[in-house]
Ligand binder design. Structure first.
Ligand SMILES: *[C@@H]1O[C@H](CO)[C@@H](O)[C@H](O)[C@H]1NC(C)=O
Ligand SMILES: *[C@@H]1O[C@H](CO)[C@@H](O)[C@H](O)[C@H]1NC(C)=O
Ligand SMILES: *[C@@H]1O[C@H](CO)[C@@H](O)[C@H](O)[C@H]1NC(C)=O
Length: 251
C-alpha cells in the first residue's frame, strides 16, 4: 500500500520530529533584555575599537561600544579607577568583558530572569575559556581594588562607585587570590571558569579573531542542544518505543 497523508502518517511524522534531539533555537542569536541591549542582534558597521569583533552581528549599538571604552562610561557610571589608576593592561580585559556583555548574541543559554530595577535579565555561569580568565588575572594582579564583588555594596553617593567605608585599597591579588576568584566573583557569577580551552568549541571566548567568524556561535549551539537534552531526562528511548508501538498498530 502506498503511503498517503492520512492523519496517522501525519501523527507519526510529528512524533518522529519530537523524538529527534533538537536545539532550543530560542536560545540562539538573541539579545538579553537589559539596560542598553538592542532588541535583536544585527550588523553594526561602526563598532568601536575592542568591540569590533562583533560588528557582523551585535546586540550593542555603535554608541554603546564607544561609551564602554571610556574611563567612567555613562552606561553605568562605573569607575574602574576606584583605587587609583587601573593599569591599561588590566583595563583592556574589563573593556573586553564589557564588549562581550553588551554585544554578544551568543549568550542565550545563560540568560536568567532577575528582579533588578535596571534590567530584567542577566547572564549566569557563562563558561569562560580558562586562558581568557588566566590572562585577565595575570594582567590585573598589580592593579588595585577594594572589593571582591563589584556588582553590589559600593558607595554611590557621589554618582559613581566609591569604596565603601572600611574597604581598603589593596592589590587585585590580595582580593582575588586565583583566576577563578576574579572571573567568577567580580560580577556575581556571570562567568564560570571552564576547564575547556580556547578553540575547543566548548567555552566562550572573550577575545577572538574574526578571521574564522565568531567562535562563540558554535559554543552557544552546543550548550543549547545540551540544555534541550536536559529537558528530556529519560532521553529518547521511551519516545522511540512509543513510536514503534504506534507503527505496529498501523493498519
Ligand atoms: C520583584 O520585586 C518586587 C518588588 O520588590 C516584588 O513585588 C516582586 O514580587 C518580585 N518578583 C519576583 C519574581 O521576585
Ligand atoms: C559615602 O561617601 C560619602 C562621601 O562621598 C560619605 O560622606 C558617606 O559617609 C559614605 N557612606 C557610606 C555608607 O560609606
Ligand atoms: C572538563 O570537565 C568535564 C566534566 O567535569 C569532563 O567531562 C571533560 O572531559 C573536561 N574537559 C577537559 C578538556 O578537560
Amino acid at each position: 500500500m502506498p503511503w498517503k497523508l492520512t492523519p496517522l502518517v501525519l501523527f507519526l511524522a510529528w512524533m518522529a520530529s519530537m523524538c529527534s534531539a533538537r536545539t532550543r533555537t530560542d536560545l540562539l542569536n538573541v539579545c538579553m533584555d537589559a539596560k542598553h541591549h538592542k532588541v535583536k542582534p544585527g550588523p553594526e558597521d561602526k563598532l568601536h575599537d575592542q568591540c569590533i569583533p562583533w560588528k557582523k552581528n551585535a546586540c550593542c549599538t555603535a554608541s554603546v561600544s564607544q561609551e564602554l571604552h571610556k574611563d567612567i562610561s555613562l552606561l553605568y557610571n562605573f569607575n574602574l579607577d576606584h583605587c587609583g589608576k587601573m593599569e591599561p593592561t588590566c583595563k583592556r580585559h574589563f573593556i573586553q568583558d564589557n564588549c562581550l556583555y553588551e554585544c554578544s548574541p551568543n549568550l542565550g543559554p545563560w540568560i536568567q530572569e532577575v528582579n533588578q530595577s535596571w534590567r530584567k535579565e542577566r547572564f549566569l555561569n557563562v563558561p569562560l575559556c580558562k586562558e581568557d580568565c588566566e590572562s585577565w588575572w595575570e594582567d590585573c594582579r598589580t592593579s588595585y581594588t577594594c572589593k571582591t564583588n563589584w556588582q553590589k555594596g559600593w558607595n554611590w553617593t557621589s554618582g559613581s562607585n566609591r569604596c565603601p567605608a572600611g574597604a581598603t585599597c589593596s592589590t587585585f591579588e590580595s582580593y582575588f587570590p586565583t583566576p577563578t576568584a576574579l572571573c567568577e566573583g567580580v560580577w556575581s557569577h556571570s562567568y564560570k571558569v571552564s576547564n575547556y580551552s580556547r578553540g575547543s568549541g566548548r567555552c566562550i571566548q572573550m577575545w577572538f579573531d574574526t578571521a574564522q567568524g565568531n567562535p562563540n556561535e558554535e559554543v552557544a549551539r552546543f550548550y543549547a542542544l545540551d540544555m534541550n537534552a536536559g529537558a528530556m531526562p529519560q532521553g529518547i528511548g521511551p519516545c522511540l518505543l512509543s513510536l514503534a508501538l504506534m507503527l505496529s498498530l498501523a493498519p
